[in-house]
Design a protein around this ligand. Structure first.
Ligand SMILES: Cc1ncc(C[n+]2csc(CCOP(=O)(O)OP(=O)(O)O)c2C)c(N)n1
Length: 282
């Protein structure tokens, strides 16, 4: 069922909170992969607040849907969502990436509730997700597996090995997202290593491929529901996004792949996000 206007409004407000939390935590921890954390936010919000079949009170529940953040450097954004969703006390994030904190820059599944796989070394999340999806089949479980990859991450050969296997096994219980913000660590993807046509590549490997605006909740919801309905093949949702989304001074700027904020920049970033959402919500 398509998202209602009220649901979209609720998700939009949640994304506002999460973007604010990413900025605040980046300020307190001294620096983070903030650009890609802001670009992935709307898909994570749609999944965690609407689509994933999860119970934060039972993070080990066997039948839960699985989510893997293959672009593990977005951990600060993922942790902001997990904390807000109730997996742990979000006040703990004030020590994010500090000595003794359970939260490193890349989340550790042994330390962070709700984190189903430790990632950070790019290229492994899709293979982990394929294993989970095959495991669900073998054990007769109905859970779905979702995985989010970066577009720069698609340069990793292991992604394509996993994609071949997912197509071969016709894993229709697997949905992958590509955070297609167009920028990798040091510049535009198409200048560094051509990735296009991403959809045709996945299709050639036996996948369904959809392309959407990754900041539009109506499109995100529709695509997830379409992916859930596909039979006989896995589905990839290529999400066109903006690196640094919501923060004017960061949007589409490769140097904001990783950065720190002093109090002045934090205030500017928060003001920009607040402006963006006040306009959006009216
Ligand atoms: C195997 C591996 N090589 C290099 C890195 C360093 N690294 C961290 S993020 C990144 C760029 C990733 O680009 P993209 O997937 O487009 O991320 P996004 O723009 O969504 O943040 C790189 C090369 C890494 N984490 N793992």
């Amino acid at each position: 069922m398509p998202l209602t206007r009220e649901e979209i409004r609720g998700l939009t407000k949640k994304a506002w909170d999460i973007r604010r939390a990413i900025i605040e935590t980046t300020f307190t921890c001294g620096g983070s992969h903030i650009g890609g954390s802001l670009s992935q936010t709307d898909v994570l919000v749609a999944l965690y607040y609407r689509y994933l079949n999860i119970d934060p009170a039972r993070p080990g529940w066997e039948d839960r849907d699985r989510f893997i953040l293959s672009k593990g450097h977005g951990g600060i954004g993922w942790a902001s969502v997990l904390g807000d969703r109730g997996y742990f006390d979000k006040a703990l994030l004030k020590d994010f990436n500090k000595t003794g904190s359970p939260f490193g820059m890349h989340l550790d599944s042994l330390k962070v509730k709700g984190c189903d796989a430790s990632t950070g070394s790019l290229g492994h999340g899709l293979a982990i997700a394929v294993g989970l999806a095959i495991g669900a089949r073998l054990t007769g479980k109905g859970f779905r597996t979702y995985v989010m990859m970066g577009d720069g991450e698609l340069c990793e050969g292991t992604i394509w090995e996993a994609a071949i296997l997912a197509g071969h096994r016709k894993l229709d219980n697997l949905t992958a997202f590509v955070d297609r913000n167009g920028l990798m660590i040091d510049g535009p993807t198409e200048q560094i290593t051509t990735l296009e046509p991403i959809d045709e590549k996945f299709k050639a490997f036996g996948w369904e491929a959809l392309t959407i605006d990754g900041h539009d909740f109506a499109q995100i919801g529709e695509a997830i529901e379409q992916a859930q309905a596909v039979r006989g093949k896995p589905c990839v949702i290529i999400c066109k996004t903006v690196k640094g989304k919501g923060v004017d001074l960061m949007e589409n700027k490769a140097p904001w792949h990783y950065g720190g904020l002093n109090s002045d920049l934090r205030d500017q970033a928060l003001a920009s996000v607040d402006r963006h959402y006040r306009e959006l919500l009216g």
